[in-house]
Design a protein around this ligand. Structure first.
Ligand SMILES: NC(=O)c1ccc[n+]([C@@H]2O[C@H](COP(=O)([O-])OP(=O)(O)OC[C@H]3O[C@@H](n4cnc5c(N)ncnc54)[C@H](O)[C@@H]3O)[C@@H](O)[C@H]2O)c1
Length: 270
């Protein structure tokens, strides 16, 4: 049962791949809270067909778009405004992919064509989405745009590879475009820095299994789940967070501000 937090709001949700995706859970919660939205993902992800079930469950339409293609994004945004019957109140950018991570290239030996791809798909795509919406004037006043980050943008996590650089860039774009969008149209732009989460993208990161357990033991509240991330995102789309913009918001059970925990000390015999 929702609380109508997003009643009457319209949006676009990028990045629901399967039931474990953070975007999938966010779509379910946004629907529960009364929002109308368009679901989108890269054409290649459509082939899995899983999105059809989510679209049926949330009474939404699907428009495929490669987030690195300006043409696709223009089509997506203009068609979404038409389908939903007005300007957008929220966008979730939940997109990440690194060929270097996928192909097991070490950070000290990255392939630079792949590095370009990582930055384009995982970070510049946010700028592309923002720029397209901005130029088309597709966002409503006080709209809210969220993308998902990870603490490796600010601290070294060796297995995260060039995704760490992509997340730093994404957080920087959030500040700089957030300034512009706030000034011109009171649109908010923020990142949520989420705990390690068992999803397709998450599991691809080197040493993920060990890391997720370590983060669970360090964080005073434990790891935040995908469902809890969806709750936080919905709150950020709501009118209760109107004055929050240009921020990187930690949603990690306290991990980012904890040096060591008693649990870990016990494990090391301290
Ligand atoms: N899982 C974690 O541990 C974790 C932690 C913090 C942040 N995040 C971030 O959360 C976001 C969502 O990831 P997830 O964990 O739900 O995994 P996921 O694999 O379910 O989602 C990643 C999505 O990116 C999409 N994508 C890839 N290339 C694309 C392109 N060119 N155009 C459009 N879409 C494209 C994929 O199809 C997929 O739907 C990512 O930005 C990820 O970095 C994940």
């Amino acid at each position: 049962m929702g609380n109508n937090l997003l009643k009457g709001k319209r949006g676009i949700i990028f990045g629901a791949l399967d039931e474990s995706s953070i975007a999938w859970k966010t779509a379910e919660k946004a629907h529960e809270e009364g929002a109308k939205f368009v679901l989108t993902n890269a054409p290649i992800a459509m082939r899995m067909g899983a999105l059809d079930k989510l679209a049926a469950d949330t009474n939404s339409q699907i428009i495929s778009a490669d987030a690195t293609s300006m043409e696709d994004l223009e089509k997506l945004i203009s068609e979404s405004v038409e389908i939903l019957g007005g300007p957008l109140d929220f966008i979730l950018h939940s997109i990440g992919m690194s060929p270097n991570v996928r192909k097991g290239k070490h950070y000290t030996d990255v392939n630079y064509d792949w590095f370009h791809k990582t930055l384009d798909v995982s970070a510049m795509s946010l700028h592309r989405v923002l720029q397209t919406a901005y130029k088309m004037d597709a966002m409503a006043e006080w709209g809210s745009i969220i993308s998902l980050s990870f603490v490796a943008s600010q601290r070294a996590f060796p297995g995260y590879n060039d995704m760490a650089d992509a997340k730093s860039l994404m957080e920087s774009i959030t500040r700089n475009f957030g300034y512009q969008y706030g000034n011109s149209k009171n649109v908010r732009v923020n990142t949520i820095s989420q705990s390690p989460t068992l999803t397709t993208a998450g599991k691809g990161v080197g040493g993920f299994d060990q890391f997720i357990n370590f983060a669970e033991d360090i964080s005073p509240l434990g790891n935040a789940s995908a469902e809890q991330c969806a709750d936080y995102t919905v709150m950020m789309f709501s009118d209760y967070t109107k004055m929050v913009t240009m921020q990187n918001l930690f949603h990690d059970g306290g991990f980012s501000f904890t040096g060591i925990s008693e649990k870990v000390m016990t494990k090391y015999g301290m």
